[in-house]
Ligand binder design. Structure first.
Ligand code: MLT
Length: 393
């Protein structure tokens, strides 16, 4: 063929981080078929969905059986009932949303990847280490990327100090994937102040907000005037166990304008052309998950994951190994013992303890020498992993 390809793709790592990890684990399994591998790598949930959610999904599926209640294409931006449920969910955290600002999607990853469509050729500022989708999607679009260094000295919560005053697009993730570090109210207010001052946009990833147990903001809109400078992307994947069900949402406030053009309007136009909405049974399931009763049921699952996080954190306390996270987050971010590099420690753990984690460097160069473990496995497997680590480290 003689067609031209998008050469920006050649600037990406050959594999997406979690596909790469999977490949390595499968290769190890082939060589060691009897290994009892415990996966604490990708942040995938293991507990079944609460009954209130499955009942709502079943009822919605039954509606598809009858001529009177069958539904075809859903609205591109989400049914009103789920947008109302999201609005209520935010209201319970003291955030008031305009219904028109809510866009329902099949998950945060899609929206975080697709949002670049409505933005021009801006300078992109990405904390490092962080969820790899921000970097990859901007590389695919050929954007100029700058990293904002997270390290132990700033508790993996980089601030705008030292950045220039040019307008830019800034990604923030809090609680952070992978470090679990969480911005407090004042820190987020500083980021917002910087964004106003410089005419910048903040893309705020709140996918782990449901894990917050302290007074840190669960939404950037808890900080006054954030609606003029921030888009928020969130998901039911971790909050309600929807990694397989798929549902998330993005908030683009009506107040958000770049040179007088409404970003909300641009995203509406983008979604209407490129997205056909989320299936009706899934939207009903999400509505149930976001209800007061649903949140209560989901919290029971989150508490179990938090207990796993506690088991892992206690181990690293006993071993005097530096770590962050595990409190407002399902992730424990630890310093690799004996100055091992991230992938060295990955191979060591896989080989000596049959435990899979995620090498910190996979989240960016400033993650080198660190490692991420998740608390999303079963309690039984987490205990087993702790026992193995207790012996090994
Ligand atoms: C992770 O392990 O970082 C997440 O599961 C990835 C994701 O949410 O897409």
């Amino acid at each position: 063929m003689k067609i031209k390809i998008n050469k920006n793709f050649l600037n990406l790592e050959e594999n997406y981080l979690f596909s790469d990890i999977n490949k390595r684990v499968n290769a190890y399994k082939e060589k060691n078929p009897n290994a009892d591998i415990i996966r604490l790598g990708i942040g995938d949930v293991t507990l079944p969905l609460p009954k209130i959610i499955v009942d709502a999904m079943k009822k919605a599926s039954d509606e598809m059986l009858s001529k009177d209640t069958f539904r075809g294409y859903p609205p591109e931006y989400g049914y009103d009932f789920i947008k109302e449920a999201i609005k209520d969910y935010y209201n319970r955290n003291n955030v008031s949303l305009d219904i028109e600002s809510i866009f329902v999607s099949d998950g945060a990853k899609s929206d975080l990847g697709n949002i670049v469509d409505i933005l021009g050729n801006n300078d992109i500022y990405i904390p490092n280490p962080v969820y790899p989708v921000y970097l990859d999607s901007n590389l695919m679009s050929g954007r100029r990327i700058h990293f904002i260094e997270g390290n132990e000295a700033n508790n993996f919560l980089p601030m705008p100090d030292g950045l220039n005053n040019k307008p830019k697009v800034i990604y923030l993730c809090s609680p952070n994937n992978p470090t679990g570090a969480t911005y407090n109210f004042n820190e987020l207010a500083k980021w917002l102040e910087y964004a106003y001052k410089t005419g910048s946009l903040i893309i705020y990833d709140a996918a782990y907000e449901a894990f917050i147990v302290d007074s840190s903001p669960r939404s950037i809109y808890q900080i006054p005037n954030a609606k003029y400078v921030a888009i928020e992307v969130s998901s039911l994947s971790k909050m309600a166990g929807f990694t397989g069900v798929r549902c998330g949402y993005t908030i683009i406030p009506l107040e958000l304008k770049a040179n007088d053009v409404s970003l909300n309007k641009l995203w509406k136009r983008r979604q209407a052309t490129k997205f056909n909405g989320v299936s009706y049974p899934v939207q009903r399931a999400a509505e149930a998950a976001l209800s007061i009763e649903g949140v209560k049921a989901c919290k029971e699952n989150l508490d179990k994951y938090k207990e796993n996080a506690r088991l892992l954190s206690d181990l690293f306390d006993r071993k005097h190994i530096w770590y962050s996270g595990g409190k407002n987050s399902p992730y424990i971010w630890l310093k690799c013992p004996n100055n091992m590099k991230s992938f060295e420690f990955f191979d060591y753990l896989l080989d000596k303890a049959n435990i899979v984690g995620t090498p910190g460097v996979g989240f960016g160069k400033f993650g080198e020498g660190y490692f991420r473990l998740t608390s999303f496995n079963t309690k039984e497997n987490t205990i087993k992993a702790v026992e193995r680590l207790e012996k090994l480290l």
